[in-house]
Design a protein. Structure first.
Ligand code: CDP
Length: 794
């Protein structure tokens, strides 16, 4: 257990995490020794290997496939095509957005990298070699690459598989009040507009996606080891698609090497591994390579946003409105709650108290990989925060106001919480000004502005960027939120063994966030057993209660609450058992951490370990109390939690090359009650690195023919330690009023909040050139073009 101290002295002395605070991660001994156990580490007797043939073009009719030579290749056991799947009724699978996606192409290729055939062989090499022997004839069609042209009359119709489809339109969605917002805009002193593009990026986890399917034809059982963030939801969907009864399917998600939303969806590769196992009667492993991951699994963002902000001349922000064009690729496979086709984008009013707001979102198909996942964010909150935080900066420039001052003037006030915003959210709690002021104090904001002024006089390019974000994390409640009809709630089970050691079983699944530590800490806090004595079991549907899984920073808000409540339930049961053991009445007992004792006589009591033994022993238990010391709950959250933060980024730009260097980054986060500050800082460091990557380097572009230009880590650049500064983190604590321990989510805050801080800093540095906006990523060539007064054509 490390010393419980704030990471930055300037943050002040309000670090009061629960219980064991900065406890070192229980999972690290295996990770730092290279003993993690990932899907690709699984080796089963007789296991075969699968490889996928992928389409080289973005849009084409499939004329013919000849698999004869591939089948004859040594070591090959099966070559599966779309026609084979059609016969099994498995050629198409439902997506998480109620669309369908081809598992293997039957009629038409719809994006470059789409799955065309599956080879199963003795090893990966034979499988890959056989792919090259499959002869495919394509009739190439013109692709739709630009979402802006997807709805043009005469644009090629991508989804002609859908009956009656004559265009590429998916949905129109809106939130807020249009008439009210238009009226506020019509009478405002100042209105500014800006088109803002959040480009297509990829979660790019270190471990790519993969599965090992083991179907036993004798008893009809399927064990599927899978890189998934949501094992229970996957099991239900596999049962619905395959016809294998759900109780005969076990999904195991072992250690996961990063998810970031990439491992929420069900990819054709997972289904093909299952089909391969059924066809060959052997276990089949499929693990994609890096290019397959970048080209075909879920992308993120790809929003073209028309932003407008209205204000008074003295800087009172009145209203926001936006129209968004959302590029969903070839299949609508976005992962978000059913009622919200644009996810939680309608939190785009941010941290400000507005008179009105309105947004519309139109989704379209293009010949690009499907997805639209919540990449390290809660369902499009990243796009929302980027829009509002860029618009506020653009307004500050127009009004010639300091961007920090403009934000401070417009924040929702502490006394306004719970705050109903104009698009239907109720923010649970917040106190924004102290958080903003702390970040400014840590940054030395006034001094930075003085330094910038001096540097500008010398022609040096220094920029200071601010972002203040509010997130909405922890989806449900189940009455409002579901994925494919499965309500967003989570279960927890807690069992104390006779010797006082415990096991807590949860339905969420860690991908590196340290749940084995923090969930044990929550139980330890509630029942007083040391966290070392509490095992956290997750990632196996045979071993854990049903729940919707880990994404959108929902583990702590939802499952963390479930764990606190199940521990309280066990504590209450322990009271009755202790009373029986002490031959007194339950109401005469009082709790202190770890033990029930007789009111007024603290020397007479029973510890949790003694009570656990008593529960399994021979003492006569009261009516209604069965033996054992255990409980289970399903937690349906009453609302989401609304963490927030203030970020300040300082950049220097080389005027000769346009290279942006992030010199400093100050991040003050408020995620309510903190469980493990060390883990929180780790989450923030990772998220900030992600954010710098998106702001400066990451983009998946396509050429006019629909070729993916970001299909390798030579082209899709992700940040390393070289690109990031020493992070300066601080925090404030505003507990959630409805969460049992007051915790809000934090896993994705930094990815959400940091891109606008970096871009605002870059644009600030370029102010002497008259630049008011530039689209991400701010690569040296784009910055240089902006300095020349040029922007890229859309
Ligand atoms: O769902 P996900 O685990 O990605 O996100 P999260 O619930 O925000 O949690 C990320 C990690 O930070 C977990 O280990 C949490 O338990 C921990 N955390 C914390 O220590 N205190 C909080 N208030 C929130 C999260």
């Amino acid at each position: 257990i490390l010393e419980d101290r704030p990471s930055n002295p300037a943050a002040g002395d309000h670090d009061r995490p629960i219980g064991h605070g900065r406890m070192q991660r229980k999972e690290d001994p295996r990770f730092v020794r290279g003993k993690g156990h990932y899907v690709d580490d699984i080796v089963l007797p007789g296991m075969l290997h699968g490889a996928i043939l992928r389409a080289p073009v973005a849009h084409a009719r499939l004329v013919s496939i000849d698999t004869t030579a591939a089948l004859a290749h040594p070591g090959v056991h099966a070559v599966i095509t779309g026609t084979d799947l059609q016969a099994l009724g498995l050629a198409w699978a439902p997506t998480l957005s109620m669309d369908v996606q081809a598992v293997l192409v039957t009629d038409k290729v719809r994006f470059q990298g789409q799955e065309v055939a599956f080879v199963v062989a003795d090893d990966r090499y034979a499988a890959r070699d056989a792919l090259e022997l499959i002869q495919v004839e394509y009739d190439v069609l013109p692709p739709v690459v630009d979402a802006r042209k997807a709805m043009d009359p005469g644009a090629p119709v991508i989804r002609d598989d859908l009956e009656g489809r004559t265009d590429n339109h998916i949905f129109d969605w809106e939130a807020g009040n249009k008439a009210e917002t238009d009226a506020v805009f019509a009478s405002a002193d100042v209105v500014v507009k800006q088109e803002i593009v959040y480009p297509r990026v990829h979660p790019a986890p270190m471990e790519t996606c993969g599965a090992v399917a083991d179907f036993d034809p004798i008893d009809g059982r399927l064990i599927l080891y899978e890189t998934t963030q949501a094992p229970h939801a996957h099991r239900t969907l596999f049962a619905m698609v395959s016809g294998i009864p759900e109780h005969k399917i076990r999904v195991v998600s072992p250690d996961i090497g990063g998810g970031f939303g990439n491992k929420v969806g069900i990819y054709p590769g997972y289904i093909l591994a299952v089909v391969g196992s059924i066809v060959t009667g052997k276990p089949v492993k499929w693990v994609e390579d890096r290019s397959e991951n970048l080209m075909s699994t879920s992308f993120a963002r790809d929003y073209i946003m028309q932003g407008e902000i209205a204000a008074t001349r003295d800087g009172k922000i009145l209203a926001l409105r936006t129209n968004v064009l959302a590029d969903h690729g070839a299949f609508n496979a976005t992962a978000q709650p059913t009622k919200y086709p644009a996810g939680f984008f309608h939190i785009f009013t941010g941290s400000y108290d507005l008179a009105a707001a309105h947004c519309t979102v139109t989704g379209v198909y293009t010949n690009k990989a499907p997805g639209g996942v919540a990449y390290a964010c809660s369902f499009r909150v990243t796009e929302a925060v980027y829009l509002v935080e860029r618009m506020v900066d653009i307004l500050a420039r127009k009004l010639e106001m300091d961007p920090a001052e403009l934000r401070l003037k417009n924040f929702i006030k502490k006394e306004q919480f719970p705050y109903p915003n104009k698009t239907g959210w109720e923010y649970d709690s917040g106190d924004y000004e102290p958080t903003m002021r702390l970040s400014m104090k840590m940054a030395g904001y006034d001094e930075l502005r003085r330094e910038q002024k001096e540097k500008r006089e010398r022609g040096e390019l220094m920029g200071i960027g601010i972002s203040f974000f509010t997130e909405t994390v922890g989806a449900g409640p189940r009455k409002d939120m579901d994925i494919l009809g499965l309500g967003m709630a989570d279960g927890a089970e807690l069992r104390i063994h006779p010797t006082g050691k415990a096991v807590v079983r949860i339905s969420v699944q860690s991908q590196g966030q340290g749940h084995e530590t923090t969930f044990a800490q929550i139980v330890a806090e509630e029942i007083g057993i040391p966290p070392e004595d509490i095992d956290v079991v997750h990632g196996d549907t045979d071993q854990t209660p049903f729940g919707l899984g880990t994404y959108g920073s929902r583990s702590t808000p939802v499952s963390g609450a479930a764990v606190a409540l199940v521990a309280r339930k066990v504590r209450e049961k322990a009271r009755f058992i202790a009373a029986a053991m002490l031959e007194t009445r339950p109401e005469d007992l009082e709790w202190e951490k770890g033990r029930w004792f007789v009111k007024g006589d603290p020397s007479v009591g029973k510890t949790m370990a003694e009570i656990a033994m008593g529960a399994h022993g021979t003492v006569a238990l009261p009516e209604g109390i069965d033996g054992n010391l255990d409980a289970e709950v399903t937690y349906d959250p009453p609302n989401l939690t609304f963490p927030f933060g203030a970020y300040i980024c300082v950049v220097d730009i080389d005027p000769g090359t346009g290279h942006v260097k992030v010199r400093r980054f100050i991040a003050v986060d408020d995620c309510g009650t903190r469980i493990n500050p060390m883990i929180i800082e780790g989450q923030i460091h990772g998220g900030l690195t992600d954010g710098v990557g998106m702001a400066l380097m990451e983009i998946i572009e396509f050429d006019a023919e629909g070729n993916c230009l970001g299909g390798s880590l030579m082209d899709y650049l992700i940040p390393t330690a070289m690109e990031v500064p020493d992070w300066e983190t601080g925090f404030t604590v505003t507990p959630s009023p409805h969460h049992p321990i007051g915790a809000k989510g934090v896993g994705e805050s930094a990815t959400v909040g940091s891109p606008p801080a970096v871009v605002n800093a870059v644009v600030d540095a370029l102010a002497p050139f008259g630049v008011v906006h530039m689209d991400m990523p701010c690569t040296p060539s784009r910055v240089w073009e902006a300095m020349q007064g040029r922007t890229r054509p859309p």
